[in-house]
Design a protein around this ligand. Structure first.
Ligand SMILES: Nc1ncnc2c1ncn2[C@@H]1O[C@H](COP(=O)(O)OP(=O)(O)O)[C@@H](O)[C@H]1O
Ligand SMILES: [Mg+2]
Length: 164
């Protein structure tokens, strides 16, 4: 996977590192959105990416590092019409990933957590994978296909034709 990412099958790549402060969540989601905008996404596609990044980064800050301070890393790659985003922390890790991914599952119910973070990432992106080792950290990899503009225009045209 890593080898492929570093090969030239990707058109662009960026890396970002910041400390685990809640105030950096907005920075992270806006930075990734700015990078993603090179694929000319719709407002909706961009909003989906921002929400997914926000959920993953918040998880690293709140669950991964809890009250400690650590570093959150983001790597992102652009392919022809796809964005791949990897968000990782060296925090406490997740004991049971399958359970953590279940809708409504949360280990912090008292903090107004809804337990829907992973479910949101999964539904707003095309793919989502979680790798985690207790004591070492967590890595979330997500990807989303951004339809090229010509296809979108064609869709819009078809919709106009069928609605009239
Ligand atoms: N980066 C992370 N490090 C440690 N634990 C995590 C991480 N991300 C998620 N988790 C665990 O997975 C659970 C589910 O996450 P999520 O679906 O986002 O719900 P919520 O954040 O509302 O609890 C969290 O409650 C937490 O126990
Ligand atoms: Mg969450």
């Amino acid at each position: 996977m890593r080898q492929r990412k570093e090969g030239n099958m990707y058109n662009n790549e960026m890396k970002l590192e910041f400390i685990s402060k809640s105030s950096n969540e907005a920075f992270a989601r806006i930075a990734v959105a700015a990078f993603a905008s090179q694929l000319d996404p719709t407002i909706e596609e961009l909003a989906d990416i921002k929400t997914a990044v926000s959920e993953a980064v918040t998880n690293s800050i709140i669950h991964g590092y809890d009250k400690k301070q650590g570093v959150v890393k983001i790597s992102s790659w652009l392919k022809e019409n796809e964005i791949i985003i990897e968000i990782s922390d060296k925090g406490k890790g997740i004991e049971n990933v399958e359970m953590a991914k279940e809708p409504l599952y949360t280990t912090k119910p008292n903090l107004e957590r809804s337990g829907m973070g992973f479910t949101i990432m999964e539904s707003f992106m095309d793919k989502m994978e979680v790798e985690s080792v207790v004591g070492l950290g967590t890595k979330v990899t997500m990807s989303k296909v951004i339809k090229p503009k010509e296809d979108k225009d064609e869709d819009e045209f078809k919709m106009l034709m069928t609605n009239s």
